[in-house]
Ligand binder design. Structure first.
Ligand code: GRF
Length: 198
């Protein structure tokens, strides 16, 4: 199964996928490309270090959203992927993209959906909201992407304890280590082995 991974930041989820393909946790899968909207994303360095083709397609380089959407879609199409993985990708997904690849786009969100998700909930903001609400358990979710924000069918979730004294940064790190970096590779392996939304 050929996958494209879309990134915007540090790329720790990308790194988990690279490592779990290498150690056989993820079967029958090859990362054929990494696409970032941010030319400074350390995820691009991780891709280069792993010898993976990467491309930066930034909305800033296009005069309007439609032109960016078209360029993004063409970039994805060129890799001819079986699956697209959004791993910390902070770009509004074009409707045409969801239609073209329905059932073949997955996303990792750093909470137990339906909590702390939807518009405005990304990165540290998710963990700030969880701490503000005082939840004792949070976690991460892998889901298929549909036209909404964090609304597609859920594939896997994993719970993580909130601990006294947690800051958003400490909680984010624990959710990454104990949940994201485990369930995103696991979901890719499930799909490589034939898992589909019924
Ligand atoms: C993380 O908070 C992750 O939960 C979210 O994007 C952020 C960056 O992840 N999906 P990464 O280190 O770039 O994979």
């Amino acid at each position: 199964m050929n996958i494209v991974v879309c990134v915007s930041g540090g790329g720790t989820n990308l790194q988990a996928i690279i490592d779990k393909i290498a150690d056989g946790t993820i079967s029958d899968t090859k990362i054929v490309g990494v696409i970032s909207n941010n030319k400074d994303a350390y995820a691009l360095t991780r891709a280069a270090n792993a010898g993976i083709d990467s491309v930066c397609v930034s909305p800033k380089d296009y005069e309007d959203r439609d032109k960016f959407n078209k360029a993004f879609l063409e970039t994805v199409d060129k890799f001819n992927p079986d699956l697209i993985v959004l791993a910390g990708f902070l770009v509004n997904i074009p409707k045409e993209f969801v239609e073209r690849y329905r059932g073949r786009i997955i996303n990792i969100h750093p909470s137990l959906i339906p909590s702390f998700c939807g518009k405005g909930y990304y990165g540290l903001k998710v963990h700030e909201a969880a701490l503000l609400r005082g939840v004792k358990v949070t976690g991460a979710t892998v889901h298929f992407v549909d036209e909404g924000t964090d609304t597609g069918p859920i594939i896997l979730q994993k719970a993580v304890e909130v601990e006294p004294g947690d800051t958003p940064e400490i909680l984010q790190r624990r959710v990454m280590e104990q949940a994201e970096w485990i369930i995103l590779p696991a979901a890719i392996d499930m799909i490589a082995k034939g898992y589909r939304i019924d």
